[in-house]
Write a protein that binds this ligand. Structure first.
Ligand code: AMP
Length: 421
């Protein structure tokens, strides 16, 4: 590559520039505020973990088996690390490490990394928000978790997102179901895609997750977990449904819904955006993972949570013309007709007081500065020229009506506040 070649962001990654970056920031802030209101505190964990943390929780899955970015550290012996492909494993690792009191309710936000084939709504670096609640076994906690996800999507103005609900049973009922499923799939093995034949060897349940057309027929006739539940698992599922009903949160029972990671049992759910292409229409999902903390070396601790894909959520918002994000416009544009140094303290004063201000640079002409003021979207301009400096004033101009009046420099902030309310 010569020095003149231009670089591009790596395949499957994107630069988020203003205003889209501001929109994402606003969505993340909204999620953080909502999660706090339900009693969740933020966890900020490393972007990478010991490779074994992820292997322990999902060796047979595509996410862990094929899609992980692994890191080789230089000169540190055998440390094998991986960029996090998701955060549930990291949260459980952190719980096992720090042993906080339960219930432990945390939320997170940030980038995840998966080595996938990039396409619309599928990237190699993408942003998730999520929550995890560790400790209670209570189905009311499942309901709370699902509700929080639903309320977040509602708050963005999304109306065409369906909640799909399923149960994957519990350890008491699963062996019998797995046996029935394995037997059914093995009998029809040759009708399955090559990929599903391989999946069948490692985890028959995940065959149900196949989106390949050639598998559809076999999958549609497969035995269902909901018909093989233990009494406890059935009761838990009924309580979750009753809780959602009580809050008026609609859902569709989706008996073939399987999640991409192996650790889920009992409640599982997904939010599917009708406005997106079916292959990429999951804007988020989650469920119970009662054995995960133990697998990572902690005490037996039930857990439930979800992760939502922010990139896809914003695509769904585009499709529904929802959630524009905050306006980009500043409040005030400062036009300096002296040598450019007068705008400096004025901007500083306005910004410190909590209003947004901008200016032009390089001693542009008055005409150019007024043009820049128009482009900025500011409602008000502050003009300082030699006359104003001599009189100790600044001129405040309403850019919509064109009305303008001088104000004493010391009263500028209160005049601006009045004008902007
Ligand atoms: P998962 O842990 O795979 O269920 O992911 C949760 C959510 O993250 C999904 O429903 C998607 O919205 C989002 N997501 C997962 N993988 C990707 C990706 N490669 N690109 C963009 N979003 C993703």
């Amino acid at each position: 590559m010569s020095a003149r070649d231009t670089f591009r962001a790596p395949k499957g990654t994107r630069d988020l520039l203003p205003p889209e970056s501001g929109r994402q920031r606003a969505a993340l802030d909204r999620f953080a505020a909502l999660a706090s209101r339900y009693g969740y505190g933020e966890i900020v964990s490393p972007m990478f973990e010991d490779l074994a943390v992820f292997q322990r929780v999902g060796e047979s899955t595509e996410i862990v088996g094929k899609e992980m970015f692994e890191l080789v550290t230089k000169g540190e012996g055998e440390t094998r690390l991986a960029l996090r492909p998701e955060l549930t494993a990291s949260v459980c690792r952190a719980f096992a490490q720090h042993r906080p009191a339960t219930p432990w309710k945390v939320f997170y936000q940030g980038p995840q990394f998966r080595y996938e084939r990039p396409q619309a709504g599928r990237y190699r670096q993408f942003t998730q928000v999520g929550i995890e609640a560790l400790g209670p076994d209570d189905p009311m906690l499942d309901v709370e978790v699902i509700t929080l996800g639903r309320r977040f999507l509602d708050s963005l103005g999304l109306t065409r997102v369906t909640l799909l609900l399923n149960t994957l049973g519990d350890p008491a009922g699963r062996p019998a179901y797995f046996a029935a499923l394995r037997e059914y799939l093995s009998d029809r093995r040759t009708e399955l895609s090559i990929q599903s034949q391989t999946t069948l060897e490692t985890n028959p349940l995940r065959v149900l997750d196949s989106k390949r057309a050639e598998d559809a027929d076999v999958i549609s006739g497969a035995p269902l977990m909901v018909d093989h539940l233990s009494a406890e698992a059935a009761e838990h599922f009924a309580a979750v449904r009753a809780g959602l009903d009580q809050l008026g949160i609609g859902y569709e029972i989706s008996p073939r819904l399987v999640r991409g990671l192996d650790y889920y049992l009992r409640t599982t759910f997904e939010f599917a955006a009708e406005s997106l292409d079916t292959a990429q229409n999951a804007v988020g999902g989650g469920g119970r993972y009662d054995g995960l903390v133990e697998q990572l070396g902690g005490p037996p601790t039930p857990g439930v949570g979800f992760a939502l894909g922010v990139d896809r959520i914003l695509l769904a918002c585009d499709a529904e013309a929802a959630f524009d994000g905050p306006p980009e416009a500043v409040d005030v544009f400062v036009i300096d007709l002296t040598d450019g140094t007068r705008a400096l303290p004025i901007i500083d004063e306005i910004a410190t007081a909590g209003l947004a201000a901008d200016r032009a640079y390089d001693n542009r002409s008055m005409k150019a500065q007024f043009k820049a003021a128009d482009r900025s979207g500011a409602r008000v301009a502050v003009i300082v020229g030699d006359d104003e400096v001599a009189a100790g004033t600044a001129t405040v101009k309403d850019l919509a009506t064109g009305d303008q009046a001088p104000v004493v420099r010391a009263d500028l902030l209160s005049a601006l506040r009045k004008q902007l309310t």
